[in-house]
Design a protein around this ligand. Structure first.
Ligand code: G4P
Length: 190
């Protein structure tokens, strides 16, 4: 997505060689008009699939998933990372290890909101090592649902998540894939 790449080039900050900071429009403050365009782009890429649910994980994925769901007119289900009193006890659960945070958490989705009749599009903001997406795929399988594909805003192509998912035969559609980056330069995969 040309506009996204232009914004990353012009506005993102690279921390070290691994972390891209875009929290003024995507991860902390959210540019809703831009998110609308992102939603439209995901719709264009997956509109031929009979999608019934969009699945993401809290927190940053939610806004992107909602912007996309406006176009599909389907509900968004977001996996929870922490236990809360108002979460059903009857959940699909998957353990996810985060390299960025160097810890594991349990991703949970109530059995009420995903079932064998669903055709699911997974949406997330970043794809790095792919563990969060693998956790969501695990939950889709537990539900007996089918998977339309995975839509990612920014994939870090120099980390292994994207290639592992594509090797599994999944449709992974990333709006920008970063091949390499440092403080002075960001190179995208064409
Ligand atoms: P993985 O799922 O691909 O294996 O990634 P990892 O566990 O390493 O990522 C952990 C968190 O860090 C995720 O957010 C992910 O979106 C985010 N992240 C990974 N790489 C980058 C990056 O280069 N820039 C930014 N801004 N974020 C990155 P999270 O824990 O789910 O947090 P949040 O959604 O609550 O913000």
């Amino acid at each position: 997505m040309k506009l996204l790449k232009e914004r990353i080039r012009a506005e993102a900050t690279v921390i070290g060689s691994q972390v891209l900071k875009v929290d003024h429009f995507l991860n902390h403050q959210v540019d809703v008009d831009f998110l609308h365009k992102i939603g439209a782009e995901f719709y264009d890429r997956f509109k031929d699939e009979p999608i019934t649910k969009i699945l993401t994980v809290e927190a940053s994925g939610i806004a992107i998933a909602v912007a996309t769901a406006w176009f599909f007119h389907v509900p968004v289900v977001f996996a929870k990372k922490s236990d809360s009193r108002n979460l059903d006890q009857d959940t699909y659960t998957s353990e996810v290890f985060s390299f960025t945070r160097n810890n594991s958490y349990l991703m949970k989705v109530s059995r009420r909101y995903l079932g064998s009749g669903d055709h699911v599009l997974i949406i997330d903001d970043f794809l790095a090592n792919g563990r969060a997406v693998q956790g969501m795929i695990d939950i889709v399988h537990q539900a007996g649902a089918s998977l339309a594909g995975v839509g990612i805003v920014i994939e870090k192509g120099f980390q292994e998540g994207g290639s592992q998912l594509r090797e599994q035969g999944l449709k992974v559609s990333s709006l920008a894939i970063i091949e390499s980056m440092d403080e002075n330069h960001i190179a995208f995969r064409e």
